[in-house]
Design a protein around this ligand. Structure first.
Ligand code: PNS
Length: 160
């Protein structure tokens, strides 16, 4: 059974993330989408809220599991016995950071953990969670970027 982990901050999940999830779920038998719970950062949505968003968005994809993790990704991979990491590449600007991260993870895991890159579908190549948050902050139209229930949560959050 081929399994993979798609880790990320997902603050919040966008259609770009969802596109990667669907495509990876078509290739792997099981895909664990895992939210980084970084206690040193203050994301807009808590780890549990980000998990809930992903669970709702992925509820019809049977081979996708949603979890969260803390600490090093390679330790989480080892704990789960899953050694393939999925990441999306939007543009060349992502490449350097992603390459560095994948090389580090490979080295740290004694060549056990490999990263597989999905090139982002062109129509989402400009999309980012931080862009989505800025649009939400100024009450812009989010319909092309996130599912409606996520747009509602964002609007609610920025009302405060
Ligand atoms: O969605 P993001 O913010 O681009 O995801 C980055 C993420 C969560 C994949 C990355 O920061 C990560 O794996 N963090 C866990 C800590 C870790 O293992 N760092 C070493 C990799 S260089």
């Amino acid at each position: 059974m081929k399994k993979a982990i798609y880790p990320g901050t997902f603050d919040p999940m966008t259609y770009g993330h969802l596109d990667i999830i669907k495509r990876a779920a078509n290739i792997f038998d099981e895909l664990v989408v895992s939210v980084l719970d970084n206690k040193e950062k203050t994301p807009l949505f808590s780890a549990q809220e980000r998990v809930n968003i992903l669970k709702e968005a992925c509820k019809d994809i049977p081979n996708v599991k949603i979890e969260s993790f803390e600490g090093l990704l390679i330790d989480y991979c080892e704990a789960k016995g899953i050694y393939v990491v999925v990441r999306g590449l939007r543009a060349i600007t992502d490449f350097e950071y992603e390459l560095q991260m994948s090389q580090m993870n490979r080295k740290l895991s004694n060549n056990k953990v490999d990263t597989v890159f999905f090139n982002t579908t062109l129509k989402y190549s400009y999309l980012s969670s931080s862009g989505v948050k800025q649009i939400a902050q100024f009450n812009g139209d989010l319909s092309a970027f996130v599912p409606d229930f996520v747009a509602d949560l964002l609007k609610e959050r920025f009302k405060r």
